[in-house]
Structures are given as C-alpha cells and as structure tokens.
Design a protein around this ligand. Structure first.
Ligand code: MG
Length: 384
C-alpha cells in the first residue's frame, strides 16, 4: 500500500476502552492507517500520550479540567471536537461514550465522512435524523459494536429482502442465573463483573441489566433498515457467536470468534477489508457445544422496554437512553438500587411528551427532559 492509500483516521474518544484498542489496531498496521485527529473528553494526559505516539495533525479535549495542562496545539470544547470530526479523513471512529457523541457524529456525516461507530447511543437517540443526514451528505455508517459487525459480515452480498430475522446474541451478563429475589441487593461491583467481555463501565453496566441488548435492537433497526418484528435476541453465554442471520430459504449465517473488540474495530476502520492476524484464532474443535436460550422478560425487562420504545419511535428511544445514562450513573454512585433502574426508565418513557419525526432540537430537548426526570426521581425532588 502506498502512502496515498493509507487511511486517514480521526478518533473521537481516544482515551477510553474502544479508543485505546483502536490506537492498538492503528499502531499495529502503520502501512494501512494513519491517525490524523484525536479527541478525548477530559483526559489531558491520555490524549497527550496519543498525540506523542502518533503525531496527529489536530487534537481537542471536549471538557478539560480547570487548570489542566493541554497537549501542544490542543483545542478545547465541543465545537472544536466537531471541527476535528469534519476534518479531511477517510474514516471517523466514534468511541465517545453516550449521548455526547451525537453532535460530533453529525458533524462528520454532514462533511461526507464515513463514520465507524462504537457508540450505539447516537443511533438510539436520533436514528431517523442521523440516517437522513447521512443520506443527504452521501456518507455511511459502519458498525464497530461486535453484534452489529457480525450482522454486517453475515449480510455482506445478501439482499435484505431475503432476511427472515436478525438475531443478536447476548452473554446474559453476570446475573443470568442469579436468584431473582436477590436482585435488590446487587452492588455496583457485582454489576461491573462481566463474564466474557472487558469493556467500559457504562456498557458493562448496561450488559448487566441487558439494556445494552435493548439499545442494540434499536441500533440494528437503524443500521440495517430491518423491522423491529424481525430483530430478536438470544442468550448465548460464551459470546462465541457474535450474532446471526436467518434467511428465508432456511439458511442461517453466523459470525464466530474469540471476544476481542480489535477485530470489529479493524474491520470497520478498513471498511470491510480483512487484515491478517488482528485477533487470536478460535478453535471450535473440542470446545463446549454452543448454547442458546430465550431471554426471560422477568429477569431482563429492559430488552422488551427498549423494543417498545423503538416501535413507538419519535423521541421515545432518546428518552430511554438519557434516563438510562442517569440511572446507571446514579446506581454506580450508590444512589439507587439495581432493581429501581428499569422501572424508572419505563416511567420516563411513559411520561415523555410524544414527538414524531424529531429535529435535532427536539432530540436534545427530549434528552434534557429525560435527564431531569430521572435526576428528580432519584433525588426525590419535584418533577417539572
Ligand atoms: Mg455489543
């Protein structure tokens, strides 16, 4: 590959779990990728290390701590992050946790950049809007989320009209077999102990409630333009099958592998091209048989709640997502019980004002409303 063929990569969320693994992939394939822009939320020292390692052209911190020493030439603020998202590149890797990724993602899509996203919250919050903006600018979204990367791989070269069902697999997290009558005493430490994947705190927590899978149902709907009635979830404790597709002729196509996020990251950065030796090989011979189970709606009510919010559409998924971010933060800080999370989310979705075909302002207003609703509920103050 010549210098001109190296993909110029912008990395948003460079110091988090996915961001660090993306840096690992980029540094292992220097002939393929060149990191040209990097954004982090507030980790100045972490961003400085990335800047020094890769010699990026532009960098920014979204919310630097007061008095923090910024890397040379580093800009600050969300507008600066959006400018870097739109700068000249071949792919913008979005690995910012949560709703904060929305504006930079839109900036990248509006500028015609291909977006490789690990942040499902963006499509959950504003799927219709994001799709419309991408279409208008002729830009594309490539999934990094392991299940969606799997579905993308299974669907390559297929006609989506021949898809019967997309099936997202879920490990079931740490509470797959825990007695239901002990859920009220679950601690943050227990919830953060995921059996198969090592991930950031927010997604690990969402995996415990299985809200993560609920959000992924909505993400899959927008990524692949498949009806909610054709998107299902199966519990698969070993996370060996990363998701599968059932076709109308009776064939099932699945993607398997050792759980290692560098594989979907590299595939997304390279726009579907397979690079040699990204992850460790999986040996199927001699391994335990593959197990799949139905999701128990009593144990994991978050999955059905998210599906219904997706079917309602408008700002309902945005409200669900924002309330969930507050609920997760509150639980991890010791401010509520584990079994209070999903009922709060259901109440937020039920109480939210209905808005169809939301604009960006509608989405941001719904996000703010849901955060205030959840915060007020947990602090016991009056809801406006
Ligand atoms: Mg996932």
């Amino acid at each position: 590959m010549t210098e001109a063929e190296r993909r110029r990569v912008v990395l948003l969320g460079a110091t988090g779990s996915i961001g660090r693994q993306a840096c690992d992939v980029i540094s292992r394939y220097p002939g393929r990728f060149q990191l040209v822009g990097a954004v982090a939320r507030s980790d100045a020292a972490g961003l400085d290390a990335v800047v020094r390692r890769f010699g990026v052209e532009r960098c920014a911190l979204v919310a630097p701590a007061r008095g923090a020493e910024l890397p040379d030439g580093c800009a600050a603020g969300l507008d600066a992050a959006c400018e870097i998202a739109a700068m000249d590149s071949d792919v913008v890797c979005v690995a910012i946790t949560g709703a904060a990724a929305l504006r930079p993602t839109l900036a990248a899509l509006d500028a015609g950049r291909r977006v490789a996203t690990a942040t499902k919250e963006v499509l959950v919050m504003a799927g219709e809007l994001v799709r419309a903006r991408a279409e208008a600018a002729g830009s594309r979204i490539t999934p990094i989320d392991s299940e969606h990367s799997a579905l993308w791989q299974c669907l390559r070269g297929e006609d989506t009209a021949s898809v019967l069902r997309l099936v997202l697999t879920a490990s079931g997290g740490p509470f797959r077999t825990r007695p239901l009558d002990t859920f009220s005493s679950i601690t943050p430490e227990e919830a953060l102990n995921h059996p198969t994947w090592r991930m950031g705190r927010k997604v690990t927590m969402d995996s415990a409630t299985m809200m993560n899978k609920g959000l992924e149902v909505i993400e899959a709907h927008f990524l692949f333009d498949v009806a909610y009635s054709q998107i299902e979830v199966a519990i698969h404790p070993t996370s060996t099958v990363h998701s599968y597709v059932e076709f109308c002729d009776g064939a099932i196509v699945a993607q398997l592998g050792v759980p290692d996020m560098r594989v979907p990251i590299a595939l997304a950065l390279a726009d579907g091209e397979r690079l040699p030796g990204v992850g460790p090989p999986l040996e199927l011979r001699g391994t335990a048989p593959l197990e799949f189970h139905e999701v128990d709606p009593q144990r994991f009510p978050a999955v059905g709640l998210a599906r219904r919010a997706g079917e309602t559409g408008g700002v309902a998924p945005c409200v669900l997502n924002a309330a969930n971010e507050i609920a997760v933060e509150t639980f991890l800080a010791g401010g509520c019980r584990y079994d209070e999370i999903v009922p709060l989310l259901a109440d937020a979705v039920a109480a939210a004002p209905a808005v169809q075909a939301p604009s960006l302002d509608d989405v941001l207003a719904a996000d703010t409303w849901a955060r205030a609703f959840a915060t007020a509920r947990f602090t016991g103050s009056a809801v406006s």
